[in-house]
Design a protein around this ligand. Sequence first.
Ligand code: ZN
Length: 300
Amino acid sequence: MALPIVHHPDYDAKFAVNHRFPMGKYSALMRSLRARGLARDGTLVESAPAPAAWLRLAHDANYVDQVLRCEVPKPIEREIGFAIGERVALRARLASAGTVIAADIALAGGIACNAAGGSHHARRRHGAGFCTFNDVAVAASVLLAAGRVSSVLVVDLDVHQGDGTAEIFADEPRVFTFSLHAEKNYPARKVPSRYDFALPDAVRDAAYLECLDDALGRIAEALSPDIVFYNAGVDPHVHDRLGRLSLTDDGIRERDRRVIAHFRGRDIPLVGVVGGGYADDVSELAERHAIMFETAASYA
Ligand SMILES: [Zn+2]
């Protein structure tokens, strides 16, 4: 079976090329996935804007309204890192729905990826750290509210701690949040996940993969979830502008393979989301993000 990939051309809100957030990577990623033969007729599923009712399951109604009306207060926009205009609001709704759709497909067929998502710094009351809505929190909440799952696992391997997801689900025992991240990286004040594994700077492939195996083993002893959301951020890469770790392309590939093999080997549905990755050259960045899709495709 081919890997289902959820996407929308407006995942790219077309920021200026010199913007601190490399928005062009979403279009570059689709070009890379097409060139690899992964994105094609029959594998692509188009996203649509998430209804407010879905967004309100993970975020305060007031904040959802502010985003949808493009009336987000300036201090929150500053915390997010960009202004919330029409394009950004649309993009946030599309990316959130994309993770919901991918989850739906994964529950039926085992695995699916969203060609965006992983906005793990967005909290219940406001966005933060380049994240407007927390798509994984929205998708997990939609599935739980509909009674389609009763246990959700979030495996967050973006180099930054998954503070927003941890905060949103702090009092939700049905969602187990796991974050493996660089200790000294953003956010300065971390919100405890159910399981956090903080790494020192400059960790390389072998040591990273050992920590990952250890963590996956411990989690497997603690729970057998109905679905796993995998944030495959590539910012642990040695050439990432914001990451502090030293993973190579091979390390990232092996990381993705181990996570996907671990859960698919246990027949647990898996949803892959893009997560963070920062580089001036968006083509190079897109190649890194494409690794997760290529790896997931071999398990589809
Ligand atoms: Zn990150």
